[in-house]
Design a protein around this ligand. Structure first.
Ligand code: PGA
Length: 252
């Protein structure tokens, strides 16, 4: 059985005092003794601080983005080896906010994916369709292409060390979640797509849902067969809500 995975994507929020308060709440939760992977992705500048605070905790941490390059003249960038150096285990790749605001292409995302896997980080590949694409019945096509581009570039075996996050763009930060059935349909499709390359990877990879997941709608999503957890934005900034979401994922 696939283990539940809940990732908190803090985006560009928080400060030293607020982060400490939030981690004080979640790092002592008894939920961490269950079979569950809990991860927080703070803004990179706070990773060292988060690392110190989580030193005695089972909670893992990661980054929201990374460079595809190892080192060199890339002002403002951070490499996968630097993240690994600070004890990160995960890195989000291709979040829709980065695809749209930073014009990241599937090719660039695939390069970052390869760099992440090489540095022993778990790559969390974010995919998702716009509202217009869903209305035009292009959801599966768009997501299949986003995934195929990466598989072609890095090879299916690299997905042994990856997670896929399905995040419909119209559901991110809008308060509008995909229904459990809508999300399940896409998750199943993703698994079927991966099975064409490698059945074992398709069966074992964690596919998580993101887009306005909160303490009220999480359980129904996690009851779906192919939804293994969540990538949580807004609700991950509220300790109690984040813990409730983690709880909802147990025995899904
Ligand atoms: P949200 O964000 O939960 O605030 O919708 C999810 C995400 O963007 O990862």
């Amino acid at each position: 059985m696939r283990q539940s995975l809940i990732i908190g994507n803090w985006k560009m929020n928080g400060n030293l005092a607020e982060n400490e308060k939030l981690l004080n709440i979640i790092s002592v939760s008894p939920i961490l003794y269950e079979d569950i992977d809990v991860v927080v992705c703070p803004p990179s500048i706070y990773i060292t601080h988060v690392r110190q605070q989580l030193a005695a905790s089972k909670i893992k941490y990661g980054a929201q983005n990374v460079s595809a390059y190892k080192n060199g003249a890339y002002t403002g960038e951070i490499s996968t080896t630097m993240l690994a150096d600070l004890g990160c285990s995960y890195v989000l790749l291709g979040h829709s906010e980065r695809r749209s605001l930073n014009h990241e292409s599937d090719g660039q995302i695939a390069d970052k994916f390869a760099a992440a896997v090489q540095a022993n980080l778990t790559a969390v590949l974010c995919v998702g369709e716009t509202l217009a694409q869903r209305q035009a019945d292009e959801t599966f096509l768009v997501i299949a292409q986003q995934i195929q581009k990466v598989v072609e570039q890095v090879g299916i075996q690299a997905f042994k060390q990856a997670v896929i996050a399905y995040e419909p763009i119209w559901a991110i930060g809008t308060g509008e979640t995909a229904s459990p059935e809508q999300a399940q349909e896409v998750h199943q499709q993703i698994r079927q797509q991966l099975a064409k390359y490698d059945e074992n990877i398709a069966r074992s990879i964690q596919i998580i849902y993101g887009g306005s997941v909160n303490e009220n709608n999480a359980k129904a999503l996690f009851l779906q067969a192919d939804i293994d957890g969540a990538l949580v934005g807004g609700a991950s900034l509220k300790g109690e809500h984040f813990i409730t979401i983690c709880q909802a994922s147990i025995n899904h």
